[in-house]
Design a protein around this ligand. Structure first.
Ligand SMILES: [Zn+2]
Ligand SMILES: [Zn+2]
Length: 340
């Protein structure tokens, strides 16, 4: 079967490999249909690493997938061949202290698709997953359901933020997760939403999804002056030092900073005096915890609005082109997907 592999920094190739097979009675064999390119995939593509997780080439990335169940293990009762599914790419041990504490997303033995040193990703024709990680999706959100995984992260992050109604919210970074967070805050009744991004097409999408005010910091750099100490909640969805500085500056005393973005550097810094004087709370979001069903339901209710987030589809044979375009934020790219 064909598998897309990172073969060097910025280089992908289609290689042949043996198809996988079911090894345990609770697993299913999935035929991949479509895979979304995530910001984290782009980090591995560009840099060959995220922090200490370093790619050993060749390696398949990708974890946001739509698939059709091809074969099921003997004990699988919840799925049948032909079912259309999305899957949680995080496979937890279900036996460690974190799993017992209801935190399977920070499982000590977590294996995540497309994560170096853990599991190969899903940018390939067939993969094997535990049945419990798979969620059937109805025809009406197929193939839009490729957004379920990033949407689950946005909804989980919003839950950390607590009450959103009548709150002033700032979104830094308007990729798919930033835009999903923004849209959720809009529906949840935020009184003011501002969105900051360097890509104009993403700011337009932010406006469409409910932002009252948008800014491109490269052009204007006026975010701090206009909005100093006014916001209840700031979502960092880009991992950029400048954005984090702005977020701390625009938060009001008692405000919350929710960090979802992945920095491209290994150290970020904060002004401790600003954080301390305003008593800012910082939340770190590690992907998501048990939000797949909510994300599917949210997508079902809001499919028209969220449709515009998927801007490009490429065939597997154009994988290099797809990653180059997504990585350079060209042509108004928001979510770029690969049809397998
Ligand atoms: Zn993702
Ligand atoms: Zn565990």
């Amino acid at each position: 079967m064909k598998a897309a592999k990172l073969v060097n920094r910025g280089k992908l190739a289609l290689l042949e490999e043996d198809p996988p097979s079911i090894n345990s009675s609770d697993e299913v064999l999935l035929r991949m249909v479509e895979v979304g390119i995530c910001g984290s995939d782009l980090h591995y593509f560009r840099l060959g690493a995220i922090g200490h997780q370093i790619v050993k080439y060749p390696f398949t990335i990708g974890h946001e997938g739509l698939a059709i169940v091809q074969e099921i293990g003997q004990k699988v009762m919840t799925l049948k061949p032909g079912d259309k599914v999305v899957f949680n790419p995080a496979i937890s041990c279900l036996q460690c202290d974190q799993c017992f504490a209801g935190r399977p997303h920070t499982c000590r033995y977590l294996k995540f698709l497309g994560c170096p040193g853990e599991l190969e990703g899903c940018l390939k024709e067939l993969i094997v997953m535990p049945a419990q990680n798979c969620f059937p999706v109805k025809e009406d959100i197929w193939p839009l359901a490729v957004l379920v995984e990033p949407l689950a992260i946005a909804l989980y992050a919003a839950q950390m933020a607590g009450e959103i109604k009548n709150k002033k919210v700032a979104i830094f970074g308007c990729g798919p997760i930033g835009l999903c967070s923004l849209f959720h805050c809009y529906l949840a009744g935020a009184s003011l939403i501002i969105a900051i991004d360097k890509v104009e097409a993403r700011l337009e999408a932010a406006r469409r999804l409910g932002a009252h005010w948008v800014d491109n910091p490269e052009l204007k750099k006026e975010v701090n002056e206009i909005w100093a100490a006014q916001f209840d909640l700031a979502f960092d969805c880009c991992g950029d030092q400048q954005a984090l500085n702005q977020a701390v500056s625009i938060l009001k005393p008692g405000g919350k900073l929710i960090i979802i973005g992945i920095p491209e550097i290994d150290q970020i810094s904060f002004d401790p005096h600003l954080l301390r004087r305003k008593e800012i709370t910082i939340y770190n979001v590690r992907r998501q915890n048990n939000f797949f069903l909510q994300a599917i339901e949210f997508l079902q209710k809001n499919k028209e609005a969220l449709k515009s987030l998927i801007t490009h589809h490429f065939p597997l044979t154009d994988i290099q082109k797809a990653f180059d375009l997504a990585s350079n934020y060209e042509d108004g790219a928001i979510k770029v997907t690969i049809k397998i």
